[in-house]
Design a protein around this ligand. Structure first.
Ligand SMILES: Cc1ncc(COP(=O)(O)O)c(C=O)c1O
Length: 378
């Protein structure tokens, strides 16, 4: 199989990640739940991984790195725990349902009011709207770092400056960029960064988290066992315990730790330049074919995603044929990004997303171009 669905999850993981999980499963106790060596070794791995994540994303405090099982959980914790009745929130048409649904729910419950920065037909956000939508009661801008549909990135430094100048929070969904693109919470003025482990970070599924700027208060989403302050009726107030009730996925976190070492060894810039080269090669190969529509803006910073349609054929049929006849795995349909499909005009047809990773090759890209060319011709 040629796996080109890396924006959904990276299938191929570095061997050191697999080895680290197996080692952890053979040796780890429960982190922060005892003083015997297996519990302590789990605690050390978890703490070490917090430090590596803090360093990677420019989070000033390792104890403000909170682990979750994915970015959906991280976003639910952040959005559910930040807002109070009467707050106004600005988000964008580029968002994934992991941002939209928590916000829609808060809006429906009458807690927040919500406005959207619109995207144009190429999926580009209207940057002026980030500023014009701000009101007296605006608490936060919540936005993705990159669209999971077009691959186009949002200029976070620009949005971060607007947030800072108006004294509002910037909450970022880095699901598509964590591990694939350099992120610096300080430089970008990010207050809460939500990430997932199983995509660009090349870690196991079931890993992810939030990085929280010092001074930002998020109420606990779940409460329960913490291993400390067990006689208190309330969840401990200090991060990360405040947001981490229950046993952590330490086995997955051990894999995440190894993945971070791997990323540091190879270098995010090296990985990014290979993925960009593969994406560009594919884009150049398919965009000149008759009958192909490619979505998004290729003149602006982007992740390694190319999304297209062939004529007016249903994207699910194209994706099925690509897999059944050519062994190429892609993702059709709506990609959990309803407003972005509305902006692109693809709600009926969906679109076929090709997404590339560090482990893909130029030969695989060329095979995919050949397959698209054959389908376009037929
Ligand atoms: C932009 C974006 N946000 C959020 C998510 C949710 O990620 P997870 O499934 O890891 O929670 C995804 C996953 O596809 C995504 O692409």
């Amino acid at each position: 199989m040629i796996y080109l669905d890396n924006a959904a999850t990276t299938l191929q993981k570095p061997q050191c990640v697999i080895d680290a999980v197996v080692r952890a499963m053979n040796s780890m106790g429960n982190a922060s739940r005892g003083a015997h060596s297996s519990s302590l070794s789990a605690s050390r791995v978890v703490y070490d991984t917090r430090c590596k994540i803090a360093k990677l994303f420019g989070c000033s405090r390792a104890d403000h790195v909170v682990f979750t099982c994915n970015s959906t959980e991280a976003l639910n914790i952040a959005l559910g725990g930040l807002f109070v009745s009467g707050d106004h929130v600005i988000t964008t048409d580029l968002e994934h349902n992991s941002v939209l649904r928590p916000l829609y729910r808060l809006e429906k419950e009458g807690i927040i009011s919500l406005n959207f920065v619109p995207a144009d037909v190429k999926g580009r956000p209207d940057y002026s709207a980030f500023e014009t939508l701000i009101r007296r009661n605006t608490k936060a801008i919540v936005c993705t770092h990159a669209s999971n549909l077009t691959g186009n990135m949002i200029d976070l430094e620009r949005v971060g400056r607007i947030a800072r100048d108006h004294g509002i929070l910037l909450v970022v969904d880095a699901s598509q960029t964590a591990g694939a693109v350099p992120i610096d919470m300080e430089r970008m003025n990010i207050d809460v960064l939500c990430f997932t482990g199983h995509k660009g970070l090349m870690a196991p599924q079931g890993t992810g988290g939030l990085c929280i700027r010092e001074g930002v208060e998020i109420r606990p989403f779940k409460v329960g066992g913490s291993g400390v302050h067990s006689y208190d009726k309330e969840q401990p107030s200090a991060y990360p315990t405040r947001l981490e009730a229950g046993t952590l996925n330490s086995h997955g976190i051990a894999g995440l730790s190894a993945a971070l070492d791997y990323l540091n060894e190879v270098g995010i810039e090296t990985i990014r330049s290979k993925e960009t080269m593969l994406m560009q090669r594919f884009y150049e190969g398919v965009s000149r074919l008759d009958g192909i529509t490619v979505y998004g803006d290729f003149d602006f910073e982007r992740t390694a995603v190319v999304t297209l349609n062939i004529g007016d054929e249903d994207s699910a049929i194209i994706s099925d044929v690509l897999y059944e006849d050519y062994g190429i795995a892609t993702r059709p349909g709506a990609h959990c990004a309803p407003r972005m499909h509305e902006a692109l005009g693809t709600t009926e047809q969906g679109a076929v997303r090709f997404s590339f990773s560090w482990f893909n090759t130029e030969e695989e890209v060329d095979e995919a171009i050949r397959a698209v060319a054959e389908l376009a011709e037929s």
